[in-house]
Design a protein around this ligand. Structure first.
Ligand SMILES: [Zn+2]
Ligand SMILES: [Zn+2]
Length: 80
């Protein structure tokens, strides 16, 4: 499982497990160390890119760092 956030300083990492199909929520795996892992249901990030065709963010509400639509062409995911 790879953290979905772009490179970040925090020690808490998040990997998307599954889009629940329920509107606006998804199941995430959250971990700090390899032995400290939680399953959490989080609401989707409501922030969309500016502009008429604003792309939605694929992360959860309140995440750290950049929204997914802010990533440059070279994707910089956190590899921890
Ligand atoms: Zn991370
Ligand atoms: Zn976002």
């Amino acid at each position: 499982m790879q953290c979905q956030l772009s490179a970040h300083d925090g020690r808490e990492h998040f990997g998307l497990l599954n889009d629940l199909g329920e509107y606006g929520t998804a199941l995430w795996l959250r971990w700090r160390e390899k032995t400290d892992v939680d399953l959490v249901v989080l609401p989707d990030c409501p922030v969309v890119a500016p502009g008429p065709d604003g792309e939605g963010c694929c992360l959860f509400a309140g995440h750290l760092e950049q929204h997914t639509w802010e990533h440059n062409l070279e994707e910089v995911s956190c590899l921890s």
